[in-house]
Design a protein around this ligand. Sequence first.
Ligand SMILES: [Zn+2]
Length: 257
Amino acid sequence: MSARETHKTAGFVLRSLQYGESDLIVTFYTREFGKIKGIAKGAKRSRKRFANVFEPFSLTQIIFSRRNRDSLAFIDACDILDHFAAIRMDLEKTLTASYFIDLAEHFSPEGKRNDGVFALLLDFLPLLTRENVSEPIIRFFEMRLLKAAGFEPELAACVRCKTPVANGSPYYFFPKEGGIFCTACARPQRYDQSISAGAVRTLLLGKDMDLEKMKMISMTESLASESRSILCGFISYVLGREVQSLKVLEQVRRYCP
Ligand SMILES: [Zn+2]
C-alpha cells in the first residue's frame, strides 16, 4: 500500500454534498491541481475543524492527502481565506457568483490545472463584492471563461472568408462553426441568429479589458440581449445542456430589477 502524499493549495469551493451521516464530499477548484474532489470526514460534526468553510464560492486554503492523482482526496484541514460576505448579503450577487462557479465547474475536467480559470475566479469574485451585477460583468466573464477553457468563439472575423468585422451589415453566429459568418458567407435562413457589429465589438472589447474599466461599459437593452443569446446559446451548445444557475439568475434579474 503506497503512502499518501500531502498537499497544500488555495481553492474555491465549487460544491459540497452530504455523504453518509457526518461526511461531506467537496469539489474544489484549486490553484495547483485544477478541479479536485475530496472527502471531509466528520465535517457535519466537527464544527471546530471545518466551520462553514464548505459554502459554494468560498476561497479556502486546503490541506489534503491522497495516494495518487486519481484517488479521492482526504481533506485534512480547510481554512477560509475569503468568504465573500458582501456577495452573500445580496441575492443577485450570490446568484451571479453561483453561476460563475457553475461555469468553472462545467468547463473544467477533473485534475487538470488551468491557471486562467483560477485567475478568472480570483478576479471576478472580488469584483462582485465591489460592483453591482451588470450585463457586461456577466458576459465578459463568459467570454473570458470560454477563452481560458479553450472554447473562445471567433468574433474578430468571418470564420469562412476571414474578413475582419466592419460596421454595417449584421453577422450571423453559428455555434457549430464556433463563430460568426458575414452576411455573404452566411446565406442566412429565417431562424439564423444575427448579431450586430456593435455587439461583436463590445464582446471583443470585454475579452481583455482591464477589470476596473468594466464599470464604464454600458450595454443598451438590444446589445445586451444579442450578447446574451449568442454567448448563452454557445455555452449550452458546447456543454450539451443548459446551465441551471443561469436560468435562476436571469429570472431574478428580470423580476426583481
Ligand atoms: Zn465571410
